[in-house]
Design a protein around this ligand. Structure first.
Ligand SMILES: NC(=O)c1ccc[n+]([C@@H]2O[C@H](COP(=O)([O-])OP(=O)(O)OC[C@H]3O[C@@H](n4cnc5c(N)ncnc54)[C@H](OP(=O)(O)O)[C@@H]3O)[C@@H](O)[C@H]2O)c1
Length: 196
């Protein structure tokens, strides 16, 4: 029901102590029909409680259905799993989002606690590239992923948050990008969309 979506958003606004959200997401597909959820999102947009809305963990068939229901220009973003060792979305999800003006937001860009160690062959590639830029391996990873997506690393210290934000200034050469691409191959398209 659209009413339940609105009530859920109002509870979030109250918990956060704010009167509006910039972008409100459907975390994943559930039992409630998309038409009802999106009707709620549109009502929240009209009342100014959210400025935009998006989805999360949507594969291409879900995106097609969402677009059919919502119409063009409505789905602000699709938040999906993306890191150096999980590049499945490059096959079809990113191209779909590019075609339809939907931003791709990359969650768990550091592999959700499994960042490549500096002693692994692929981790050494990152470390070498990082050293050439006086940067860190994590900044190199973010710079690679941020070419196609908006990355949202989780960081619980200002030191980590600052280091991650500074990755936005890092420019990798074509040769460096090719080395990372070879060290962390995209692999074949999996049957379903990977998610956490
Ligand atoms: N839509 C979805 O279904 C979904 C699912 C999962 C996650 N997410 C979202 O994705 C975001 C991140 O995901 P995540 O927590 O799974 O994993 P992540 O961002 O891949 O990794 C977070 C880990 O990296 C560490 N880290 C961050 N910056 C660092 C730095 N500069 N140097 C060293 N370590 C650093 C963090 O440590 P510290 O905490 O110590 O900084 C934390 O242990 C979250 O905002 C989460 O809400 C969304």
């Amino acid at each position: 029901m659209a009413d339940r979506v609105i009530a859920a958003c109002e509870r979030s606004l109250s918990r956060l102590g704010t009167d509006r959200l910039d972008c409100y997401l459907l975390h994943w597909r559930g039992r409630i029909p998309l038409s009802e959820t999106f009707a709620g999102f549109e009502q929240l947009t009209r009342s100014g409680k959210i400025l935009a809305w998006g989805v999360s963990n949507f594969d291409v068939p879900d995106l097609d259905e969402a677009l059919h229901i919502a119409g063009p220009g409505k789905i602000a973003c699709n938040q999906v799993l993306y890191n150096l060792e999980e590049r499945a979305i490059e096959h079809e999800v990113i191209p779909w989002c590019d075609r339809h003006g939907t931003a791709v937001v990359a969650y768990s860009p550091f592999g959700h606690g499994n960042f490549p160690g500096e002693h692994s062959p692929a981790g050494r590639v990152l470390a070498e590239i990082a050293a050439a830029h006086d940067a860190t391996s994590r900044q190199v990873a973010l710079a690679f992923l941020a070419r196609l997506t908006f990355v949202i690393p989780k960081a619980s210290s200002s030191k980590h948050a600052g280091e991650n934000a500074a990755a936005g200034d890092l420019k990798l050469s074509d040769i460096e990008l090719a080395r990372i691409d070879a060290a962390f191959p995209r692999g074949p398209k999996p049957a379903g969309l990977p998610m956490l």
